[in-house]
Design a protein around this ligand. Structure first.
Ligand code: CTP
Length: 217
């Protein structure tokens, strides 16, 4: 299978020295890339700026902003079997990027933010590849993740609770709940991101095979 995986945060520039971003470490996306390679798949990894060693054997496309990630996904999804949108894409970006460094003053300043493009939600409806979204939640995990699956038209959503300090963002461990389009759910109990990624890759492979069999029947 040809995997296209996005990982890490995006950076939305404010001026030449400042940006808006989030705490994503990229570890989950990189671990999925490693697990897919280990299982013999082809991997293209679209990565936001992070400090994790590149998985050997993956084609890595380095991006910084949500617009760059949007363009890279548009280009590379044309030849993939599965898109795994693990990246923590920024939801907002500054309405204006200042060309020069914003100087400090004594009064308050405010920053106008505009929504970024939602990469998942803008994928074509008639695509041939599988789409896996991620849902980072701090409350009502299942309900919020189910809503994302429906609204962003995903085949699978991997949901995790990011309110806990010992799993999810930045951590080496995670605990996830997987929701499928047909209403089925699966849990993967707390384990290292490496172990969870191997399980996820097996689950994606099975789902892909099932879909192929359905198509050829
Ligand atoms: N996502 C995306 N483009 C965006 C924002 C998010 O493609 N501009 C994708 C993420 O890669 C992830 C999924 O949407 O696969 C859900 O991201 P998440 O941050 O959990 O949810 P949001 O849609 O940003 O909603 P909220 O922050 O309100 O929970």
């Amino acid at each position: 299978m040809r995997f296209l995986i996005t990982a890490g945060p995006t950076r939305e520039p404010i001026d030449p020295v400042r940006y808006l971003s989030n705490r994503s470490s990229g570890k989950m996306g990189y671990a999925i890339a490693e697990a897919a390679l280990e299982a013999g798949h082809e991997v293209v990894l679209i990565s936001g700026p992070i400090d994790v060693a590149r998985p050997r054997g993956a084609a890595v496309i380095a991006v910084s902003t949500s617009d760059e990630m949007f363009a890279a996904v548009g280009q590379h999804s044309l030849r993939c079997d599965i898109l795994v949108m693990c990246a923590a894409v920024a939801d907002y970006k500054p309405a204006k990027v200042s060309k020069s460094k914003i100087k400090k003053r004594s009064e308050n300043i405010s920053l106008e933010l505009i929504p970024t493009r939602d990469i998942l939600a803008s994928l074509p409806k008639d695509r041939q590849y599988l789409v896996v979204g991620f849902a980072a939640e701090t409350e009502n995990l299942q309900a919020n993740a189910r809503k994302k699956l429906r609204e962003k038209n995903c085949d699978i959503v991997v949901a995790n609770d990011v309110s806990r300090a010992d799993s999810g963002m930045e951590s080496d461990q995670n605990e996830v709940e997987i929701l499928f389009r047909d209403g089925e759910t699966k849990q993967i109990p707390r384990a290292s991101k490496k172990i969870i990624s191997r399980d996820l890759v097996r689950i994606f492979e099975k789902y892909f095979e099932k879909r192929l069999t359905k198509k050829t029947q």
